[in-house]
Every structure is written in structure tokens, then in C-alpha cells.
Design a protein around this ligand. Structure first.
Ligand code: BJW
Length: 245
């Protein structure tokens, strides 16, 4: 794979590099993405399931979807894309990953600075009193009730219409603003506020690099677009960086 001198020189001179990841980076590990044909679970769109009102209306259905995903995720491992991002850390004094994923694979691979925007699928909380519960404790068929207050226990993730963790979105925006190179990897660039981060980075002078097997609304704005799987592009980019030292 060819990498332009412009990209390699930008990277070589950079101190701050930000990386936004989405479901596409976990796809080679076997985690289904949200959108597209693979994203449909029993014909429901993610917007119909990752949604507070849906959980209120039909908690069993939403709970079943999360437990299906939890069982699937339990045995999966990071892939070459995740590991390449771990390798990339050593080239930059300020390097962090902003992830929309809830599967913990960046942490499992060993990335040191991960900003999680949408929570962690293995964690639960009471929807009334907020008390945290581990997912393994409550893998029942129906959402259990909180022993403390009787509220329904829900996955500790961010649903549509809910605010992102304040610290996480602040850190993500600060990183986007100071990044000299900003990657958008394996995300359909449709879900806000994550989708705005590359634009924020670009507005502050960053060089935008997109890696995705399909074009997205970000593609025309990106300075470089790699139309190839992430677990192919990133390991080759690490080799190119190493050779360019
Ligand atoms: C590969 C590959 C390979 C595959 N290699 N690539 C401004 C304008 C309009 C709307 C809004 C707005 N601001 C807020 C909103 C509302 C809403 C929103 O964005 N709606 C849009 C859909 C229109 N946002 C929110 O509600 C957010 N909250 C918020 O903003 O609060 C303030 C507020 C509230 C109310 C009103 C206004 C403001 C919260 C969003 C929470 C999203 N939650 C989910 C579920 C998380 C928990 C869970 O996992 O169940 O997050 S939904 C789902 O989408 C999940 C993902 O993180 C997220 C993004 O998906 P992602 O990662 O991009 O996956 P896919 O499947 O879409 O794409 C995968 C990509 O990979 C594809 O492009 C493939 O081609 C590619 N790919 N294999 C490279 N091998």
C-alpha cells in the first residue's frame, strides 16, 4: 500500500494525533457493525433499539439485543487494526483514541489513552438510582430490578437522545482541536456529536485521514481517504512510519 509523502511528513512532524474509531475497527474481530445489512438484528435498526423510549416501551426486546451482543463479544479479541494503534502511540508525545465502541477492545489491545464516548456494554446501571452493576451478574432473559430501589437495570451505554459523559466529550473535543493529524476510522460518520469531531479538527488545521471500506459524508472533506479494511491499512502505515524514521 502506498502512503503519500505528505501524509508521512505530516505524521513525522506531528506531536498531537487524534484517532476517532467506530464499529468498523471491531468488524474484523467479528463484532457486527450497526448500519448496513450486517447491522440489522431481527430487522430492527439501531435507532429503534439504542433508545431510552424503546427500553421503556419494550425492555425485554432491548435487553435481549444487548445480551445477544454481550455473549458475542465475550470471546472476541482485538485485531491487527487495534494493535497497530497501540504501536502508533510510541511515535507521538500526545496520542489518544476517541472511540464510539462499547466493546473495550482498544483497552484489551493495550492502548494507553482511550476516551470512550458511548459507555461499556459489559456494565449496567439502575435507570432510576444509577447504581452500577456488572453485566455478568445480570445476564437474565429480562432486565432485572435494582434490589435497592426497584428500578429497571439497563446497559450503561449512551442511547440516542442521551447526553454523552461530560468529561469524555470535553476531552475528545480538546483533542480534536489540538490534533495536527486526525484519523476517522471505521465509522459511518452519521452519529453526533462524534461525527463533528473531524470537522472540528479540520477547522483547527488538522490533516484528516479517513479509513473506511465505504465512502461516508466525511470522505469529500478528508485530506486522504483509504478505501480499504482497517486491519490492512493501519499495520502497513506503522511499517511506513518505522521506515520513514
Ligand atoms: C469498516 C470495516 C473495516 C466496516 N475496515 N471500515 C445533530 C444533528 C442531528 C442529530 C443530532 C445532532 N446532535 C445530536 C443528534 C441526535 C443523535 C444523532 O446523532 N442522530 C443521528 C443518527 C441523526 N445523537 C444523540 O442522540 C447523541 N446524544 C446527544 O447528542 O446528546 C445531546 C442531545 C440530545 C438530544 C437532542 C440533541 C442533542 C447520543 C448518540 C448515542 C449513540 N449510541 C449508539 C449506541 C451505543 C451503545 C451500543 O453500542 O448499543 O452508539 S448508536 C450506534 O451508532 C453506536 C455507535 O457508537 C454509533 C456510531 O456507529 P458507527 O460506529 O459509525 O457504526 P456504523 O455501523 O454506523 O458504521 C460502521 C462503519 O465501518 C461503516 O461506515 C463501514 O463501512 C465501516 N467498516 N468494516 C474499515 N473492516
Amino acid at each position: 500500500m502506498e502512503f503519500s509523502d505528505k501524509l508521512l511528513n505530516r505524521l513525522r512532524g506531528a506531536h498531537s494525533v487524534g484517532v476517532l474509531t467506530g464499529a468498523g475497527i471491531s468488524a474484523p474481530s467479528g463484532v457486527p457493525t450497526f448500519r448496513g445489512e450486517d447491522g440489522l438484528w431481527k430487522k430492527f435498526r439501531p435507532e429503534e433499539l439504542a433508545n431510552y423510549n424503546a427500553f421503556r416501551r419494550n425492555p425485554e426486546l432491548v435487553w435481549e439485543w444487548y445480551n445477544w451482543r454481550r455473549k458475542l463479544i465475550k470471546d472476541i479479541k482485538p485485531n491487527l487494526g487495534h494493535y497497530a494503534l497501540v504501536d502508533m502511540e510510541k511515535y507521538f508525545s500526545d496520542f489518544a483514541i476517541i472511540t464510539q465502541n462499547v466493546d473495550n477492545l482498544h483497552e484489551m489491545a493495550g492502548s494507553a489513552n482511550v476516551i470512550g464516548l458511548h459507555g461499556n456494554i459489559m456494565h449496567n446501571k439502575c435507570m432510576d438510582c444509577g447504581k452500577p452493576y456488572e453485566a455478568e451478574l445480570v445476564l437474565d432473559d429480562k432486565p432485572p430490578q435494582c434490589p435497592d430501589c426497584g428500578g429497571l437495570i439497563r446497559p450503561d451505554v449512551v442511547w440516542f437522545g442521551e447526553m454523552l459523559p461530560e468529561d469524555a466529550i470535553r476531552q475528545a473535543q480538546e483533542l480534536a482541536i489540538r490534533s495536527e493529524v486526525f484519523f476517522s476510522i471505521g465509522t459511518s460518520s452519521q452519529v453526533e456529536p462524534a461525527a463533528s469531531l473531524p470537522y472540528m479538527a479540520k477547522g483547527n488545521g488538522a490533516y484528516i485521514v479517513e479509513i473506511n471500506i465505504e465512502e461516508t459524508p466525511l470522505t469529500p472533506v478528508a485530506d486522504e481517504y483509504f478505501n480499504s479494511p482497517v486491519d490492512k491499512v493501519l499495520p502497513e502505515l506503522v511499517i511506513a512510519l518505522e521506515n520513514k524514521k
